[in-house]
Design a protein around this ligand. Structure first.
Ligand code: SF4
Length: 477
């Protein structure tokens, strides 16, 4: 397999040759599959260990089935000779951005609207020179309100290769398929994981090929990450999909209706492979990292500790305090957990919009973390901000509650997500037609906060937060 130890020069995009031992009966002349992670069009964006993991997994599945694959990630530096902001703590950092006019419906928002990521010209010219051209293009989408980036990428692909089959997948495509069908010039909208039965067959149907068996999640194959992201500063880990909780504001169960865990050995292999090329920062993407830890998290952490590898682990999605047993906390500490984030959401334990936490469970988890050796400075508590009907007093008290426990309160701005239990209530508390256009689901406009976003209100809340050490984060998935 060809290696790509360093980033290529612009405009090179490297095709990764197929796995020499494809699973099942792969076609004789291997198709070439191009994945695109499009730009983010938003009022703000920050790279908090961001990777299009669903798309990467899909490319991995095609690769294991004997296809050539490549990825153009508009949110990654990609080429060594393009300008990119210096990375900051643990591989996180800012994106390059180009200010553009906001969509007409958001013109009244007093914030600058930008396209984040690689320049449009750099991407379009590089794709135009891609040789050979792709047989199938897969575009992913993350936030529902980021669809303008996916549509821009789809239009570009259509202009470059009018007859090449094109599919759109990811969160937006899964949660808003009708809207996606109406605005994105694509051949197929893929809902849910692309490697799932029907989706997998549809994609091979677009190629005009017989469908080989989908490689299972347990497939022992070398991960593509080092080839797709040469010179990466961080890597992402996903040990489980879905979440057994069904919080009223969260889309996890819509995206992954059932919770299941993968192979801890495969994940440990990934850490070894990534560590060999110098990566030290690993972010968990799991929504429910601590659930049933005997099946994968504990053996994974024990294996990591035994390996002696020096790594920093991060939990940007937040952990469930109720599952922070003393033994789990000790293992997390010894394995190198560095960024500790907990889902507090609200201090109202008796009338929460979820059922994931009691006061006693919170105390239990936090004290176990402290006893294991974690420093309060590295522990953050997510607090939901801008829920429909939420009072200011509630947010203030949640901030104070986190502070009393020595944690950094961090605001998680609410994004109304179609299909969630809270969505009907959100529609009552917003001036925006949330279903008409996913742009109105953008957390940056504070869609359900009385009066919406304003710089005065933001400064006021920053001042409240500044009294406690804290920062900001996107709302849960
Ligand atoms: S908010 Fe967290 S706990 Fe609740 S459903 Fe989503 S991922 Fe699960």
């Amino acid at each position: 397999m060809p290696r790509t130890p360093t980033r290529p020069r612009w405009p090179e995009i490297t095709w990764i040759s197929p796995n020499p031992e494809p699973i099942g009966s792969a076609p004789e002349s291997a198709p070439s599959i191009l994945g695109i992670n499009p730009w983010v069009y938003d009022f703000a964006a920050y790279n908090l260990w961001s990777r299009p993991l669903g798309l990467i997994n899909t490319l991995q599945a095609f690769y294991c089935s004997g296809c050539h694959v490549t990825l153009l990630d508009c949110m990654d530096r990609t080429w060594r000779d393009v300008d990119w902001p210096e990375q900051q703590h643990y591989g996180c950092g800012r994106y390059p951005r180009t200010e553009i006019p906001p969509p007409a419906s958001l013109e009244h928002i007093p914030r600058r609207f930008c396209r984040y990521g690689l320049s449009y010209a750099a991407v379009s010219q590089a794709l135009a020179r891609l040789d050979p051209p792709p047989d199938l293009v897969l575009i992913t989408s993350i936030m529902t309100y980021w669809y303008p980036g996916a549509v821009a990428a789809a239009r570009l692909v259509r202009r470059l290769w009018p007859r090449t089959p094109l599919a759109l997948g990811g969160v937006y495509a899964t949660l808003c398929p009708e809207h996606a069908s109406s605005v994105a010039p694509v051949d197929s909208i893929i809902q849910g994981p692309a490697e799932n039965g029907d989706n997998w067959s549809r994609l091979w149907g677009l190629l005009g090929e017989t469908t080989p068996p989908a490689p299972g999640p347990q497939t022992e194959a070398e991960t593509l990450l080092p080839l797709l992201y040469p010179e990466a500063r961080f890597s992402v880990l996903l040990g489980s999909r879905g979440c057994p909780f069904h919080c009223a504001y969260c889309s996890s169960s819509l995206l992954y209706p059932s919770y299941h865990q993968g192979s801890w050995k495969r994940l440990l292999h990934q850490v070894h492979q990534e560590h060999k090329r110098g990566i030290r920062d690993f972010a968990f993407y799991d929504d429910a990292l601590l659930v049933q830890p005997e099946s994968w998290l504990i053996p994974f952490l024990e294996g990591l500790i035994r390996s002696g590898l020096s790594v920093r682990l991060h939990t940007p999605n937040g952990m469930h305090a109720k599952y922070l047993r003393p033994d789990v906390c000790r293992l997390l500490y010894r394995a190198g957990l560095t960024t500790v984030r907990l889902g507090l959401e609200t201090h109202r334990f008796d009338s929460r919009p979820d059922s994931k936490l009691t006061h006693e469970e919170w105390d239990y988890g936090v004290s176990n973390l402290l006893q294991a050796g974690f420093n309060p400075d590295q522990m953050g508590a997510y607090i939901l901000f801008g829920l429909p009907g939420q009072s200011e007093e509630e947010i203030r008290r949640a901030i104070a509650f986190a502070k009393v426990h020595g944690l950094r309160p961090q605001l998680a701005y609410y994004s109304p997500i179609p299909g969630t239990a809270m969505f009907p209530r959100a529609k009552q508390y917003t001036p925006y037609p949330l279903e008409q256009d996913p742009l109105f689901q953008n957390r940056a406009i504070w869609p359900c906060y009385p009066g919406g976003f304003s710089w005065e209100e933001r400064s006021r809340w920053m001042e409240i937060l500044r009294q406690a050490p804290g920062s900001e984060k996107s709302s849960p998935t």
